[in-house]
Design a protein around this ligand. Structure first.
Ligand SMILES: *Cc1c(COP(=O)(O)O)cnc(C)c1O
Length: 432
């Protein structure tokens, strides 16, 4: 083995105490290790491609705080910008120049966005966009895809991905039937199913929302023609197309999946990377639709801390760093090396596995595949993934604690980090 097995005594103590204080000992369910066994490690600090736990162990990190850390954790320029902003105060609750700056950057980058509204999380962005879709079209129903996650609002908790998939919750108690009666679902990559829903619900469907590249059911890429097909169908049936790019925005490409695949939706949600590690979400799109949002229009949505100066500052600096020439090429190169390497090692060590990668987002399923949708993903050997996860963790590699989550790299990850990760993976897979 490349490393010696780690000691996590302090992590265990802190987590044991946390379980009395917070449900499940965590502030968000995906952080628990329920589906991989064992206990979460408790973090002390993060820097670049690495994290350190409270016992002093160092790990190469492929979670990247679930997406935001694309420049690497605690990038010195982001931290310096935050120090400067901090001196001017932590919240204004009033307009600031910083909002204009980040808004212009987002509008310049993301093809569909002509106007933007900042919020505090991806969940909030998806809630806002949902109300807007319905208001603009005067229709209530929406189509979402099995295994896609759009935050934890009632309407979206139907066949949702991420923690809902990880924990095997079909949906959640406390969600009234009325809230999900307007949610129609289809398998990802299945245009025929979407067309059938449009036919059965003529003039009733406000729009289609999706992760253009799925990350919350594990990594699943769109089949050739799928996004284009959705664009055509939504046009044909007078519905809106919404890309939830909370995960893919500024990660798949600077302009998100819509830039990468050349398909422009009507509305887009963002989060994660645009906050640079602080709480930010955003939704935006066509000017005629966004003009309906209050106070320009009648669709109400508000937030005490929205457009927060610290969050705007971290977002602006992060996007500036991403604009440096060659960033996405190097992200692609590093991540391809990792994803290809993992599949190759799985093959050589006799495991059925498949996976993929686009830019700085990757996945590995313990099933022979191919995986086109959540049903396919669910054929994975999750017990084997659990053993793999534990083995990697014990040898200094931190992966998302679920088969149904994507992995993330950053431009802080070096070739050596990838090589070390693959060496560990070879050892672990050899003894799975
Ligand atoms: C993370 C995520 C969300 C939710 O964002 P939060 O900031 O966790 O509320 C929504 N949609 C997608 C695609 C995501 O990956």
């Amino acid at each position: 083995m490349v490393n010696t097995t780690i000691k996590t005594t302090k992590s265990q103590e802190v987590f044991a105490a946390a379980q009395n204080l917070m449900p499940g000992g965590v502030s968000s369910p995906v952080r628990a290790f329920k589906s991989v066994g064992g206990q979460p490690i408790v973090f002390e600090r993060v820097k670049g491609a690495y994290i350190w736990d409270v016992d002093g162990n160092k790990y190469i990190d492929y979670v990247g705080t679930w997406g935001p850390a694309i420049c690497g954790h605690a990038h010195p320029e982001v931290i310096a910008a935050l120090h400067e902003a901090l001196e001017k105060g932590t919240s204004f609750g009033a307009p600031s120049v910083l909002e204009n700056v980040l808004a212009e950057m987002v509008i310049d980058a993301v093809p569909s966005i002509e106007m933007v509204r900042f919020v505090n999380s991806g969940t909030e962005a998806c809630m806002g966009v949902l109300r807007l879709m319905r208001a603009f079209t005067n229709r209530d129903k929406i189509i979402k895809f099995e295994g896609c996650y759009h935050g934890h609002a009632d309407t979206f908790l139907v066949k949702a991905g991420s923690g809902v998939a990880t924990l095997g919750l079909p949906d959640s108690p406390g969600v009234p039937k009325a809230a999900t009666s307007t949610t129609l679902t289809a398998p990802f990559n299945d245009l025929e199913a979407v067309k059938a829903l449009f036919e059965e619900n003529r003039d009733e469907i406000a729009g289609v929302i999706l992760e253009p590249v799925v990350g919350n059911a594990g990594f699943i890429a769109p089949d050739a023609g799928f996004l284009e097909g959705l664009r055509e169908l939504t046009h044909e049936y007078g519905a809106l197309l919404v890309f939830d790019e909370v995960m893919t925005g500024f990660r798949i490409a600077y302009g998100g999946a819509q830039e990468k695949f050349g398909v422009t939706p009507d509305l887009t949600t963002l989060g994660k990377v645009i906050g640079g590690g602080l709480p930010v979400g955003a939704y935006g799109g066509r000017r005629d639709i966004m003009s309906m949002v209050a106070p320009a229009g009648p669709v109400y949505q508000a937030g005490t801390l929205s457009g927060n100066p610290l969050a705007m500052t971290a977002g602006i600096k992060t996007l500036e760093l991403l604009q440096k020439p060659g960033t996405y090429e190097s992200l692609e190169q590093i991540t391809k090396k990792l994803a290809d390497g993992l599949q190759q090692i799985a093959k050589e060590t006799g495991h059925a596995a498949c996976g993929g990668q686009i830019s700085a987002m990757f996945g590995l399923f313990f099933t022979s595949g191919p995986v086109h949708n959540y049903e396919d993903a669910k054929k994975s050997d999750t017990a084997k993934f659990g053993r793999f996860h534990r083995g990697m963790l014990e040898h200094g590699v931190y992966l998302a604690p679920s088969q149904f989550e994507a992995g993330f790299t950053s431009f802080a990850h070096t070739e050596e980090d990838i090589e070390q990760t693959l060496a560990v993976a070879r050892d672990v897979m050899s003894s799975l």
